[in-house]
Write a protein that binds this ligand. Structure first.
Ligand code: FES
Ligand code: FES
Length: 162
């Protein structure tokens, strides 16, 4: 299939790639743009590992073609920290041991970077409900929930000492 030019706006930078129209956004982000923090697990919308922000909202990049992304603002895990400083959510995952292999982590971080902006004080039930869209095969989720709760507290009250 012939390749076509696609203009992408990712992490506030412009990229032009030449890709087949059927190529998934997740694969283009990883293979053509070189941002490999976005992971690919199931490739059919089940696991959430490939979650990116699409115009500031979480989206499964394995369910989108790259050609659909023209004119949209894409954010990946690489843009979450600033000047070497982890975001409150990343810091909380670090402190609460919210990961083991880390394969699911970028997708979960992207999901909750968006969610906590609109829901700064979620209940544990609300966190678990949102988290149900992201599969983790390692942790049993408990430390992930603890990390998200801690991050919510950091966002509303500022960084806390342990
Ligand atoms: S790789 Fe996209 S949802 Fe699993
Ligand atoms: S930490 Fe391994 S899949 Fe979640």
């Amino acid at each position: 299939m012939a390749k076509v030019p696609v203009q992408l706006r990712i992490n506030q930078e412009d990229y032009q790639v030449f890709v087949e129209p059927r190529k998934l956004l997740s694969d283009v982000i990883r293979e053509d743009v070189g941002l490999t923090g976005t992971h690919v697990g199931c490739e059919h919308g089940e696991c959430g590992a490939c979650t990116i922000l699409w115009d500031a909202r979480p989206a499964r990049s394995c369910l989108l073609f790259a050609v659909q992304a023209e004119g949209h603002e894409i954010t990946t895990i690489e843009a979450v920290s600033h000047d070497g400083q982890l975001s409150p959510l990343q810091q909380a995952f670090h402190e609460e041991h919210g990961l083991q292999c880390g394969f699911c982590t970028p997708g979960i971080i992207m999901t909750f970077e968006s969610y906590l902006k609109d829901h700064p004080n979620p209940s544990e039930a609300e966190i678990r409900d949102v988290l149900s869209g992201n599969l983790c095969r390692c942790t049993g989720y408990q430390n992930i929930v603890c990390a998200i709760k801690k991050a919510a507290g950091m966002i509303t009250t500022g960084p806390q000492k342990r």
